[in-house]
Design a protein around this ligand. Structure first.
Ligand code: PEP
Ligand code: MG
Length: 585
């Protein structure tokens, strides 16, 4: 039966495919297709890991201490029974043989199916065995991780010998796959770059949560905040993701499928049409030149930025180099090389590297949500985190300064509010230069900018302008902190409003102050990439926009159609309106 689940539209487009349900704790399980001649060895990998767990449990049972609680052996017996149950091994065989899923993916797919059967049991005792099943599978997965393997990881570069695999992929691409999960961390999302998924849906998340932002950079249709999608959708269900409307359609009828197939082709045509604007300079009808910059997460994103005609990187979110590494931070050399790759990747165009902004909804380790803080968004995040660990911060500053010897590098500092934070930051930058001098290492000149993303910063913009070469308005956080709306919480997503008069006032005054002082100002939050807001930002005097590469051409189209001088009065009216949204089309 067809039904629809409504969520929040975060990445445009239509994806039609089969659902792959993944529990968030298991998303770092590799998902890729194997070659037909690997079927036996993949099945054997699961079997041998399972045998190892059986042995482990047997050992535990034999060496059970006398004072062990009596329930323990009984529990281990249950684990043993679950391990040896054929439903699990038969299911794994099915996913490997019929779908060519790799072993870990097959195992977790089958886990979702069996877990659901447990959920549906009337008997409370049996229902609760689901937790045991999950533990058993986690154990098998751990054993599999421990095995030496030459199997490629989905985020790894495709090996030269993977051409045959590509052919297979093409066969299987008749059945695109759509990821459905309760939650995905930004680090999980990064894993899906170059992955097999054609779209994804999560139960939780807001429109400008970092998970949604990374999804947008993947350029695959995505819906977040779809409440209980991961409960309602079943493994392998046919689904449609409508990333424009923020809807997930489950088990679509043939008529709906045909309609969405048509929409998909229309979207493809629109993309092709926009791609013709790639080399057109972004100039308004009245001759105002506008700078369109790219937001990137990894140096490897540079070609996509160049591909759509970005004239530089306005925001390199360096924290993605720090995430998903179980807390081990990248050292100076590793960071330097990454920044250098971004600089050379941009072929002489400027690259703005933002210092690390972890915390809030970007935990370093995807498995550890920061429960210790009652409200991590107001806690030790971004520059606060960096200043709390000067040696880590100095490492990053040295790496950025060294990269600046090889091209145009700007440094951007997130989440500043206090003058003393500014002074500490600049002092550490001087110290980093001194350390490099002492080591006799080359470094280059950099422009230094501050993000305006806390209302207090926007209200003290003149103080910021005394210290910085340029400012960049982070509207995602500016909205979050002005309206007291957690950007990652889908329950209050309807209140997250870029057009609230207070937000617009802070944005407008920041732009005006920079223009009056002749200092560079850019918007690098998601507002910059929303074509429906391009005219307003132009009218407020903005001439530098930084956004995901996927948005650049649509925004450029708006710029080419706009007369900036004529937008000035209208923008002032929008600023004065009680409900500015009524004036934006
Ligand atoms: C912002 O807050 O608008 C911004 C660009 O930074 P981030 O989304 O990484 O917090
Ligand atoms: Mg921010």
């Amino acid at each position: 039966m067809t039904f629809a689940i409504h969520g929040l539209a975060v990445a445009r487009g239509i994806a039609i495919g089969r659902a792959v349900l993944v529990a968030s704790s298991r998303v770092d399980v590799a998902h890729y297709f194997i070659e037909a001649d690997q079927v036996e060895s993949e099945i054997a990998r699961v079997a041998s890991a399972r045998d190892a767990v059986v042995e482990e449990i047997n050992r535990l049972l034999q060496n059970m201490p006398k004072d062990a609680p009596p329930e323990l052996p009984a529990l281990l017996d249950v684990h043993m029974m679950l391990l040896q149950d054929e439903t699990l091994s038969d299911g794994v065989k099915h996913w490997v043989q019929d779908r060519l899923y790799n072993a870990e993916w097959a195992l977790t797919s089958q886990l979702e199916i069996v877990a659901r059967q447990f959920d549906e049991m009337d008997d409370v005792y049996l229902r609760e065995r689901k937790g045991d099943l999950e533990q058993v599978v986690e154990r098998i997965l751990r054993h599999m991780k421990g095995l030496p393997t030459t199997v490629p990881h989905p985020t790894a570069k495709r090996s030269a010998g993977a051409r045959q695999q590509d052919l297979l992929l093409e066969d299987i691409q008749d059945v695109p796959l759509v990821l459905v999960a309760h939650d995905l961390s930004p680090a999980d999302m990064l894993q899906f770059k170059q992955s097999v998924f054609a779209g994804f849906v999560t139960d939780v998340g807001g429109k400008t949560s970092h998970t949604a932002i990374v999804a947008r950079s993947l350029d695959i249709p995505a819906v977040v905040g779809a409440r209980n999608a991961s409960q309602l959708v079943r493994q392998d269900d046919w689904v449609i993701i409508d990333g424009d409307a923020g809807i997930l359609i489950v088990d679509p009828s043939p008529i709906i499928l045909a309609e969405y197939g048509f929409k998909q082709r229309q979207a493809e045509l629109e993309r092709e049409r926009l791609s013709r604007l790639r080399h057109t300079p972004a100039v308004t009808l009245d001759g105002q030149r506008v700078e369109l910059l790219a937001n990137i997460e990894m140096p490897e994103d540079a070609p996509a930025a160049l591909g759509v005609g970005a004239v530089g990187v306005g925001l390199f979110r360096s924290e993605f180099l720090f995430m998903g590494r179980e807390g081990a931070l990248p050292d100076e050399e590793e960071q330097f090389e990454a920044y250098l790759r971004a600089v050379t990747g941009m072929k002489g165009l400027p690259v703005t590297i933002r210092t690390v902004d972890v915390g809030a909804d970007k935990p370093l380790d995807r498995h550890v949500r920061d429960e210790a803080h009652l409200n991590p968004a107001l806690g030790l995040r971004a520059i606060r985190w960096s200043l709390a660990d000067p040696s880590m911060f100095l490492t990053q500053l040295r790496a950025v300064l060294r990269a600046a010897a090889h091209g145009q590098v700007h440094l951007l500092i997130p989440m500043l509010a206090h003058e003393r934070e500014i002074r500490q930051t600049l002092a550490l930058l001087d110290q980093a230069r001194l350390q490099l001098d002492n080591r006799g290492m080359a470094y280059g000149p950099i422009k230094i900018g501050a993000m305006i993303e806390i209302p207090a910063a926007a209200l003290s913009v003149h103080m910021f302008l005394r210290y910085f070469d340029f400012l960049s308005i982070g509207t995602n956080d500016l909205i979050q902190y002005t309206l007291a709306i957690d950007r990652a919480d889908e329950q209050v997503a309807h209140l997250y409003d870029p057009l609230h008069p207070a937000v617009l006032r802070l944005v407008a005054d920041t732009i005006a102050a920079c223009v009056a002082r002749g200092k560079g100002v850019s918007v690098c939050g998601e507002m910059a990439g929303d074509p429906s807001l391009t005219r307003l930002l132009l009218g407020l005097g903005l001439r530098s926009f930084s956004m995901h590469p996927t948005q650049i051409l649509a925004v450029k189209q708006e710029i080419l159609r706009a007369d900036a001088a004529r937008l000035v009065d209208w923008s002032q009216q929008v600023l004065r309106a009680d409900d500015p949204s009524l004036m934006i089309h």
